[in-house]
Design a binder for this molecule. Structure first.
Ligand SMILES: CC(C)(COP(=O)(O)OP(=O)(O)OC[C@H]1O[C@@H](n2cnc3c(N)ncnc32)[C@H](O)[C@@H]1OP(=O)(O)O)[C@@H](O)C(=O)NCCC(=O)NCCS
Length: 136
């Protein structure tokens, strides 16, 4: 198992892992959106590779104050084999190295079963209301 940075050539494979893992995608996840994302902090967008096949991915970001986790996904055939833990630990190390002190993430209401996974990695829940607005 190897953890490495995402490159644009990985896009189709990573999009397939998102789909297989049930990740909700948006217009921001189009190839154009991902080109934009990679232009900002490519060292925080990671893939897990096994025998040259991408089996997991996470899109991290750092806003200068907090680290954020997006689209953590492990292919269903590889779930429960510590791929999620490995890729998250690598991302945490990278965030720490650039001065990040706290990492945030959001879980959709229909996916609360993953809370245990994040608790296992040391994350706590907080009672907050998430608000959003698409700007055009
Ligand atoms: C959530 C997900 C990324 C976890 O990845 P994974 O590779 O299956 O998890 P791991 O095998 O690395 O698990 C790491 C640890 O958490 C534990 N764990 C995993 N899922 C758990 C759960 N639901 N509740 C409690 N503990 C859990 C494991 O037992 C393991 O413990 P250990 O390292 O102490 O032995 C993966 O299941 C997935 O892709 N799910 C679908 C997409 C998704 O929901 N992504 C998150 C969006 S917020």
């Amino acid at each position: 198992m190897r953890i490495r940075e995402f490159t644009l050539g990985d896009y189709v494979e990573v999009a397939s892992v998102w789909e297989q893992a049930g990740i909700t995608v948006s217009v921001s996840d189009s190839l154009k959106g991902i080109v934009h994302k990679v232009g900002r902090d490519s060292e925080l967008f990671l893939v897990a590779e096994e025998n040259e096949k991408i089996v997991g991915s996470v899109m991290g970001s750092y806003d200068g104050r907090r680290g954020w986790i997006n689209h953590l996904a492990v292919h269903p055939d590889y779930q429960g084999k510590r791929v999620g833990r490995l890729i998250m630990e690598e991302l945490e190390q990278r965030l720490k190295k650039i001065g990040c002190k706290k990492i945030n993430l959001l879980i959709e209401y229909d996916n609360v079963k993953v809370i245990g996974f994040y608790e296992n990695l040391g994350y706590n829940t907080d009672e907050l209301v998430f608000m959003e607005k698409w700007i055009k």
